[in-house]
Design a protein around this ligand. Structure first.
Ligand SMILES: [Zn+2]
Length: 268
């Protein structure tokens, strides 16, 4: 069971889902249909300095990798070889573990051994499988016997997709990931309305149909985000105390009076 939970900003959620779906389809071709992601219930909103809100969802990689007789795939061990050890003075194996699995310490320095057929051969990779708390190191030709995959290569590859799905989630936690995928921008209502009030105070109100390039609603957002990022702004553009008050009154009016009305005009 993969216990890793990732906090993904909404802006990355769509791209992440697409990429995981692609892994899932590849895994299905190998007979591992269940690499996927699950979005857990609920979300967390974080208010940014620029008046926008970043909404985070919790995501988990689902990993019902095929098992045979209760054995599950745990890790791939990449053996650097004795030559490599003496050159780099590094002793040990590179461990690529399936998300949520921890690998016993002894495998860090294990030789390329197969505990199934008891043969030590020259191998670049071996694999760790487990049943409950019992761990075994096996060679690729014996791996299929444990995981139930038709071939050792597909067993290793299916596990690799699982590892990649986990890595994708970890990357997608960063809201700069791939430049974002164009999810919705959320605004702190009161913060935004204060900028609207300031905009109206300085330039009057302009509807989008009057002048699509200078609509008050849009100018206020641009100013709000520029001020938040400290770009090309002066104090003149920031809301005054009375703009904040006006924003609060407008919000109260909308939430209390307007919300109670049955019919609304266009402006309302
Ligand atoms: Zn073997």
């Amino acid at each position: 069971m993969n216990e890793n939970i990732y906090k993904i900003p909404t802006i990355n959620l769509g791209t992440l889902e697409k990429k995981i779906e692609r892994l899932s389809r590849r895994a299905a071709k190998l007979g591992s249909p269940d690499v996927g992601m699950e979005i857990l219930e609920g979300y967390e909103d974080v208010e940014n300095d620029d008046g926008t809100v970043t909404r985070f969802y919790q995501v988990r990689v689902t990993d019902q990798a095929p098992r045979l007789n209760g054995w599950r795939f745990v890790a791939r061990l990449q053996h650097l070889g004795e030559g490599a050890w003496s050159c780099t003075q590094v002793q040990g194996n590179v461990i690529r573990a399936v998300p949520g699995e921890s690998v016993p310490e002894r495998f860090r320095t294990a030789e390329p051994w197969c505990e199934h057929c008891n043969v030590r051969r020259h191998r670049k990779d071996t694999f760790v499988v487990a049943r409950d708390d019992e761990y075994k190191q096996v060679g690729s030709s014996c791996l299929a016997d444990f995981t139930g995959h038709p071939s050792p290569d597909s067993a290793a590859q299916a596990a690799e997709y699982l590892i990649q799905a986990d890595e994708l989630c970890a990357e997608a936690m960063n809201d700069d990931w791939l430049g974002g995928s164009g999810g919705p921008t959320l605004l702190r209502t009161e913060h935004y309305l204060a900028y609207v009030a300031a905009e109206v105070r300085r330039n009057g109100w302009t509807s989008r149909s009057t002048d699509p390039l200078r609509a008050t609603a849009d100018c206020a957002i641009v100013t709000m985000q520029l001020v938040g990022k400290n770009h090309y702004t002066s104090d003149v553009q920031k809301p005054l105390e009375r703009d904040w008050e006006k924003a609060q009154r407008a919000l109260a009016w909308v939430r209390e009076e307007l919300a109670a009305r049955d019919r609304l005009g266009d402006y309302e």
